[in-house]
Design a protein around this ligand. Structure first.
Ligand code: SAH
Length: 353
């Protein structure tokens, strides 16, 4: 698909054309990754962060939140819960903090891997190559690091760089070299993000041949520079990409068409802007993964990367039975096992003779 075609799909308001896009994404999803939805249990192990990302509510300059580190015993209790629920993967996510040292995280990964045949995904921000190698050696299988936007100037504005720190795209290269499954992704509707940039974001997914792609709406957080005064950051009106639900689905569907074998979650941020149906619509427009939040409720409220994060209360639709019913209601099944990226398509249910 060339750029003009991508831009056409991103910008079209034509209902018939959109229905065609959803149908194409859904059939490519079915043909390449099948009907099964993979459940990845998310554990938000700490909200400490030394970085100053202008979009993120747990950035170091936000003094309105209390900071926490989950003790290993609490993390392992969540892992046991994931095992009990039959999930094949746990995802450890946090800000960047020296308290989560190379050795501490390596020991944690090793103890998770000793407990069960679970895949371990890390989402622990920017790390040096040796640290990534050590965690891979300890047993980590996958690493999520969204590059947030493919526009270097916009990226530099929203993501102040530490002196000498490598770029996220460079780190994604290391992640792949080290044999992790690599996940990238972007937010949609970042003030200053243009249509051209968004088309580039999509072709970047394809160029990097990502195993996992996370796409969600940008949700302003009032205690961040970007959320406090978004108009100061906006691109000229005609160029500015809106942070709206419809556009997230379009980007998701196009990511599926460009990267047919990738594991693509229907993200929590999407469920946050549409509690009622966002999760299912994501699954019906290209996604094949959900990331139920297993973080204990009292920590969850402090993991405040954007406001009103879906599933903040104990009464969460991620309640296991409810979630299963919702997946079955849209005609899908629940995957078992780790659910790694499969480069081959699942066998066709029809016989060839
Ligand atoms: N520190 C890690 C993981 C935590 S943030 C990291 O930076 O990779 C995980 C993802 O949440 C980010 O990659 C970003 O895409 C998303 N995020 C952060 N702030 C957000 C906001 N205000 N709206 C929507 N998504 C946001």
């Amino acid at each position: 698909m060339d750029r003009d075609e991508l831009l056409h799909w991103l910008r079209t308001e034509d209902r018939g054309a959109l229905a065609e896009l959803w149908a194409r994404a859904d059939s490519v999803r079915q043909a390449h990754v099948g009907p099964a939805v993979h459940l990845r249990g998310l554990i938000e192990i700490s909200n400490r962060c030394t970085r100053r990302c202008a979009y993120c509510g747990i950035n170091a300059t936000n003094h309105h939140i209390a900071r926490y580190d989950m003790p290993d015993t609490a993390i392992l209790a969540c892992v046991d819960r994931a095992i009990e629920l039959g999930y094949g993967t746990v995802v450890l996510q946090a800000g960047e903090s020296p308290l989560w040292s190379r050795d501490r995280v390596a020991a944690l990964i090793a103890s998770i891997k000793r407990r069960a045949e679970l895949a371990v995904t890390l989402s622990l921000g920017e790390q040096d190559r040796e640290t990534l190698r050590c965690w891979r050696d300890a047993g980590a299988d996958r690493y999520l690091l969204r590059f947030e936007t493919s526009d270097p100037e916009l990226y530099a504005r929203i993501h102040p760089r530490e002196p000498g720190a490598p770029d996220r795209l460079e780190i994604l290269g290391w992640i792949k070299d080290l044999g992790y499954e690599a996940g990238g992704g972007v937010m949609i509707g970042i003030p200053g993000q243009t249509w051209d940039t968004l088309a580039n974001d999509l072709t970047t997914f394809e160029r990097l041949d990502l195993d996992m792609i996370g796409i969600g709406p940008f949700i302003p957080h009032p205690d961040t520079p970007l959320g406090h005064d978004p108009t100061a950051w906006r691109a000229p009106v005609r160029d500015q990409v809106p942070s709206d639900e419809a556009l997230v689905y379009r980007a998701l569907a196009l990511a599926r068409l460009l990267c047919p074998h990738a594991n693509i979650p229907s993200t929590t941020a999407l469920a946050t802007i549409n509690h009622r149906a966002g999760r299912e619509l994501g699954l019906q427009r290209g996604a094949n993964v959900l990331m139920p939040n297993l973080t204990p409720t009292h920590y969850r409220a402090m993991y405040d990367i954007y406001p009103a994060k879906h599933g903040l209360t104990a009464d969460t639709p991620y309640d296991s039975q409810h979630l299963r019913t919702r997946i079955h209601t849209i005609g899908r099944t629940i995957a078992t096992g780790p659910g790694s990226r499969n480069h081959r398509s699942p066998p066709s249910p029809r016989r060839s003779h």
